[in-house]
Write a protein that binds this ligand. Structure first.
Ligand SMILES: Cc1cc2nc3c(=O)[nH]c(=O)nc-3n(C[C@H](O)[C@H](O)[C@H](O)COP(=O)(O)OP(=O)(O)OC[C@H]3O[C@@H](n4cnc5c(N)ncnc54)[C@H](O)[C@@H]3O)c2cc1C
Ligand code: FES
Length: 262
């Protein structure tokens, strides 16, 4: 794991309250889709880092992309970053999406809800490089008020389907509704988004008899496995606390859906 300064190379507003930054960082060399970084903004009053998923990776250029929603102090400070500014980063952290068992014939379904979509973009990019031919991405948004951020980026790597809460684009409903409406077939699902969406995807995968991997972006504190502030109930017994828990920061954030109680 690397800790050090990352320099802002590009910063842009994608939609209302949604921002993207590309950072120059050594972390890019070993980062994998689904992993995250802890970002420390400059305020002394906020010593804990903010976990943000790595949205895309340019290994050769030594750059990673973060896409985030402004919800509080840290994310607001990040959104105000200018080219040339620097932040303390720690990473890459977590396990990332398991792609080793995929073949070019595997039908992959990516399901991203709102600010859960960013980590799936780097995965879609990687799958294209691996030669996986059938990748569908179902992206869920609020609708007209929130914008369809990243949808155009996903189109470079996947067949994109949209679901919106207000019906202004694509399927009027959830990402699961969009899978049913478009009769999307898959051998494996990778998903990230709000907990109710992930629960629905777990049920969908069980119903279709396919495996699903979900990324849990719940609250974190230390980010390194020490505080137990991020546990999720699992089938597996945790070696640290000796109960049926897993720490999202170290054993996740990606879990096989049937392994976690959500
Ligand atoms: C592994 C992981 C990956 C993540 N990836 C991304 C990402 O790619 N893009 C992105 O926008 N966000 C992501 N998040 C959420 C992000 O970490 C929080 O939004 C951020 O820490 C908030 O910091 P803040 O200082 O702006 O807000 P704070 O002032 O700390 O909090 C503001 C409000 O946001 C709520 N909040 C804080 N953390 C979370 C959370 N994890 N989930 C829901 N609400 C929260 C607080 O309860 C509070 O109501 C991720 C979280 C995890 C654990
Ligand atoms: S955030 Fe402290 S153990 Fe995971």
């Amino acid at each position: 794991m690397i800790q050090g300064l990352a320099v802002v190379k590009k910063s842009e507003r994608l939609a209302d309250g949604i921002y993207s930054i590309w950072l120059d960082t050594e972390i890019a060399k070993t980062a994998m889709p689904g992993q995250f970084v802890m970002v420390n903004t400059h305020s002394d009053a906020h010593l804990l880092g903010r976990p943000i998923s790595i949205s895309d990776i340019r290994k050769e250029a030594g750059q990673i992309r973060l896409v985030f929603r402004v919800v509080g102090y840290g994310s607001r400070e990040l959104s105000e970053a200018k080219v040339g500014d620097s932040f303390e980063l720690m990473g890459p952290m977590g396990n990332g999406f398991p792609v080793d068992k995929l073949s070019p014939e595997t039908k992959v379904l990516l399901m991203g809800g709102g600010i859960g979509a960013p980590p799936l973009l780097g995965l879609a990019n990687k799958l294209k490089k691996y030669g996986v031919e059938q990748v569908s991405a179902v992206l869920g948004y609020r609708g007209e008020t929130g914008g369809l951020f990243l949808a155009e980026d996903f189109k470079k790597f996947a067949n994109v389907y949209i679901a919106t809460d207000d019906g202004s684009s694509g399927t009027h409903g959830t990402v699961v509704d969009a899978v049913r409406e478009n009769d999307i077939q898959a051998d494996i699902i990778f998903a990230c988004g709000p907990m109710p969406m992930l629960s629905a995807i777990k049920k969908l995968a069980a119903e279709k008899g396919i495996s699903a991997y979900i990324s849990l972006e719940e609250r974190m504190a230390c980010g390194v496995g020490a505080c137990l502030g991020c546990v999720v109930k699992t089938k597996k017994v945790d070696g640290h606390s000796h109960v049926n828990n897993s720490r999202i920061c170290t054993e996740g954030p990606v879990f096989e859906a049937e392994e976690v109680e959500i």
